[in-house]
Design a protein around this ligand. Structure first.
Ligand code: MSP
Length: 647
């Protein structure tokens, strides 16, 4: 007997920043598949969530001056956050998991212990290149010019105690699994995994860290936190109640179909099944590695300033148009080049012209020629059979493509039907039939056939553009029962005397040039206006400021202050001088010790957090295009002597 339940997941997203159109693509695609399965009568469990632990989040929170929990709460649950985005995009997930939920944390601890107890996790030493200021280990290949890829400073060989997972033990069963057929798709990714990772030899995986705290503690060895990928991958199981009693659906829904982006296929198709084998649970039914949305062939990134905001696009074009564009345009398994122009052209040609026109033309004609309600008399012609049989053929092919997760191919089929229906209008020329009283039955037949073709197309489009389909069903007079999959090619489902309700235009045509301009203007970073130059001072007044080059001897953070650093500097006088500066947000003490900087020395002494400050370090400050202040300390070249005066 085939299963009547279906479990599908998205990756859990890092709440380290706002999500962009690439993340949205992944979730919308998974949503369309989940909706399709529901349409086909499966009891679906659709899970998404957030991957909230790890060093990066810990660092980001520190930068923002809040606790890691507050930081992730804001990005996940705050206004315009991840939950809001999925609501906006009409995502139909049944469950949402955050890896900071207590039940997940406790379950991960039990899972880790289980793998330890069965001998698959052991204690060893992690060897690597260590960057002390960044508290990070790097491998030789990650270094940039032999230095830390994050801060550019020298690294040194180091070792730390860590737990390891016996990944090497699972190399053979994982390879067999990969080669067995449909576990990993698209098939091209199988060779990539085997050639790049399995054949060179799978090494045991380091699965604990001691260099940061923001993670799931190993309960039997405090000080170690569970490697974030172990914590993250098991979300798919804990969210069903695996090793916890928050839920009780594991038996019912396991195993999952894991939809993931191509760069995390390795984790999902090698490490993930190996760990499931270790805990004795079935591996996923499928891991599907989709392609990326790229811009001008390259990655979207904040530093390039080319990150596309789904909120902006949804507001400009509508949620359904955006969902549709993402899934219609790009083959799901390959990369797709995003552009505003492509987005607008797809909306215009498929949604406004092909689909929107079909619905509005047919309902308008039924209103015009029949006052909105068709007469039940019929007069068939051979041409009608072609449209009818195409409907059945398309429905069948659509299902094959959807089952194979070839979403854009499934849509291609639907648009073949919509195109044929539009052509049927031109061939049958209802406006000519309407002029002849004796052709009333023929006219009604043509218009009825059109509604039936549309009804089938709308059923198939529902997983992609659910709200628009509901409106269109309403317009063509299709009740709930006529919106179900089992009627997709059941010609004659609509009542013979169906009443249509012409409504608002489903997808208004977009003026390409105007919209492109609008988007371009919005995406242009606003340059903050330069501050006006202050009123003149005399040279004598300026000369009263005693500014000199000082060398930083010590620097430390002031306790209980997020901003303040306390310095002792050599100002050239032979005596040490203490200066406080509110620049901790921009610099760590280790970065500054030994540097030469410019300071003004003859400001009145000021007390800050109980410490005297005798002077001020000079900085260059400017607001960036996000309205945030950027600060650069005036660091002076090492060959300028200490005590040299600025003039
Ligand atoms: N937290 C991990 C996943 C853990 S799953 C157990 C992670 N998070 S992520 O936020 O960086 O990425 C989540 C998903 O978004 C990945 O599948 C990734 O491929 C996808 N995308 C991120 N940028 C993308 C595009 N530009 N295009 C398409 N998908 C992309 O990885």
């Amino acid at each position: 007997m085939s299963r009547s339940t279906f479990y599908i997941t998205t990756p859990i997203y890092y709440p380290s920043d706002k999500l962009h159109i690439g993340h949205t693509y992944c979730t919308v695609a998974t949503d369309a598949i989940a909706r399709y399965k529901r349409l086909r009568g499966f009891e679906v469990m659709f899970l998404t969530g957030t991957d909230e632990h790890g060093q990066k989040i810990e660092e980001k929170a520190k930068e923002a001056g809040v606790s890691p929990q507050e930081f992730v709460d804001r990005i996940v649950e705050g206004k315009g956050g991840i939950l809001d985005l999925w609501k906006l995009m009409n995502i139909s997930n049944d469950r949402f998991i955050r890896t900071t939920y207590d039940y997940h944390v406790a379950a991960v601890q039990r899972i880790f212990r289980k793998m330890y107890d069965n001998g698959d996790i052991y204690k060893g030493a992690y060897k690597g290149k260590y960057c002390t200021p960044c508290e990070s280990f790097w491998t030789e290949s990650q270094l940039v010019n032999g230095c830390c890829p994050d801060c550019g400073r020298p690294v040194h060989d180091a070792e730390e105690e860590a737990y390891f997972f016996r990944l090497s033990k699972y190399a053979k069963p994982v390879q067999d699994l990969l080669e067995s057929g449909t576990f990993l798709e698209p098939a091209t990714r199988v060779n990539e995994m085997i050639n790049n990772f399995i054949k060179p030899g799978l090494e045991d995986l380091c699965v604990s860290r001691t260099s940061f705290k923001w993670g799931v503690p190993v309960d039997f060895d405090p000080g170690h936190v569970v490697y974030v990928w172990v914590d993250a991958l098991f979300n798919y199981a804990t969210a069903l109640g695996y090793m916890n009693d928050r839920y009780d659906d594991f038996g019912k829904f396991w195993p999952p179909v894991n939809i993931v982006g191509k760069e995390i296929v390795r984790f999902h198709s090698i490490i993930w099944p190996a760990m499931l084998m270790s805990v004795g649970e079935p591996v996923p039914e499928k891991v599907y590695g989709h392609g990326w949305l790229v811009i001008d062939g390259g990655k979207m990134s904040k530093s390039k300033g080319n990150v596309v905001d789904p909120y902006v696009l949804a507001e400009k074009f509508g949620v359904d148009a955006l969902r549709f564009f993402l899934l219609r345009t790009f083959p799901f398994g390959s990369d797709g080049n995003f552009s505003n122009e492509l987005l607008i052209n797809t909306i215009n040609s498929d949604l406004a012209n092909a689909l929107g026109n079909l619905v509005s033309r047919s309902t308008a004609m039924i209103e015009k020629y029949f006052g909105g309600t068709l007469i039940p008399e019929r007069e068939a012609e051979p041409l009608d059979d072609e449209l009818r049989s195409l409907t059945a053929e398309v429905a069948e092919k659509y299902a094959v493509q959807m089952d194979a997760l070839q979403l854009h191919m499934a849509l291609e089929e639907v648009f073949r039907l919509i195109g044929r229906a539009n052509k049927y209008i031109d061939e049958t020329m209802p406006w000519a039939l309407a002029k002849d009283e004796s052709k009333r039955a023929r006219l009604a037949t043509v218009l009825y056939n059109l509604l039936e073709a549309q009804r089938a197309a709308l059923i198939m489009l529902t997983p992609f553009i659910p709200d628009s389909c509901a409106k269109a069903f309403e317009q063509i007079g299709a009740e709930e029962a006529a919106r179900q999959w089992n009627t997709v090619s059941a010609y004659g489902t609509l009542p013979a005397d169906v009443t249509v309700h012409r409504g608002e235009t489903l997808f208004p045509r977009i003026d390409v040039a105007k919209m492109l301009q609008e988007l371009e203007n919005m995406q242009k970073p606003a340059t903050p206006p330069a501050k006006p130059v202050l009123p003149d001072v005399t040279i004598d007044e300026f000369a009263k400021c005693d500014m000199r080059v000082c060398k930083i001897l010590t620097c430390e953070a002031v306790k209980k202050s997020e901003k303040l650093l306390k310095f002792t500097v050599d100002d050239g006088s032979g005596k040490e001088r203490q200066i406080l500066s509110g620049i901790h947000k921009f610099y760590e003490p280790e970065q500054l010790i030994g540097q030469k900087v410019a300071a003004i020395l003859n400001l009145p002494t000021r007390k800050m957090m109980g410490y005297e400050s005798n002077g001020m370090l000079l900085s260059a400050v400017k607001e960036n295009d996000k309205g945030e202040e950027e600060l650069h300390l005036m660091i002076v070249s090492d060959d300028v002597p200490v005590g040299a005066q600025l003039c």
